[in-house]
Design a protein around this ligand. Sequence first.
Ligand code: C2E
Ligand code: CA
Ligand code: CA
Ligand code: CA
Length: 278
Amino acid sequence: GGENNEGGYAYYSEEMNRNTLDLLRIETGLLHAFEYNELLLYYQPKVDMATGSITGAEALVRWQHPERGLLLPGEFIPIAEETGLIVQLSDWVLDAVCRQARAWKEAGLAPIRIALNVTAREFTRSLPDRIRAALSRHMLSGDWLELEITESMLMHSTDRVITIMEKVCSLGITISLDDFGTGYSSLSYLKRFPINTLKIDRSFTMGIPEDTNDCAIASAIIGIAKQLRHKVIAEGVETEKQFNFLKDAGCNELQGYIFSRPVPATDFHAMLLEGRRL
Ligand code: C2E
Ligand code: CA
Ligand code: CA
Ligand code: CA
């Protein structure tokens, strides 16, 4: 290697680290993925703890890679974020969720909320209009959708964020605060935002019931949610002990392997038709 530009920057040195090449390879691959329809959505049920029945689902993106098999978001979302492709990816997810919801509606299902993960980067002024356009393109009402946002989004330009959230809510869409407790939310902030649900992060659920700190944090989050009249859901629930603890503590819903892993759309539809319960 060793070809330098004027600034003395080595373009093709050995330093052209693997990371850059990996990044390029995945970026090119992702562009290919859009073109050749290699992205797909899995759905993980959300379950009411009192009745054991399905209340909704979270849509989780997957990439059916031609050589590497089914890739999890951890393997490509960070790169999509770095390269800016996350915008295109999010548009794809929004459209794909609406298309699926429309198909379920046509199949006779009553509205059930499908949650989308929204990153800080796409939480912009244009988001409400993009969602509105997607809903109308697929002739859907907002009660089919939920947005999962993270608390880091609540920290900056508060008024701007509140305006966006209010527009989203006016479409009949609910908002839940994902990975709650892992960021730096100031509790006084919480009441200012039109949020429906707090989502207890899996890192806390995991330690229940052995880790007394995790138990205390989970209980505290449930307490805060009750005080603010928000719903509260625990993610990553795997065991009966976790279920019992959270239910006794007053948690409303759960999401986790104890009920189901994320599954393809047809499997989720089948669970709904079966009326499957925990
Ligand atoms: P997340 O939003 O916290 O999603 C929950 C993750 O926990 C999912 O991983 C899910 O499969 C996993 N999970 C659920 N229940 C259990 C359980 O009982 N045990 C264990 N061990 N894991 C459980 P997944 O699908 O790999 O997604 C990882 C992350 O990627 C998500 O974390 C989310 O931040 C991001 N992501 C997924 N889909 C999208 C998307 O469409 N757009 C964006 N922007 N991000 C996405
Ligand atoms: Ca999520
Ligand atoms: Ca989460
Ligand atoms: Ca999480």
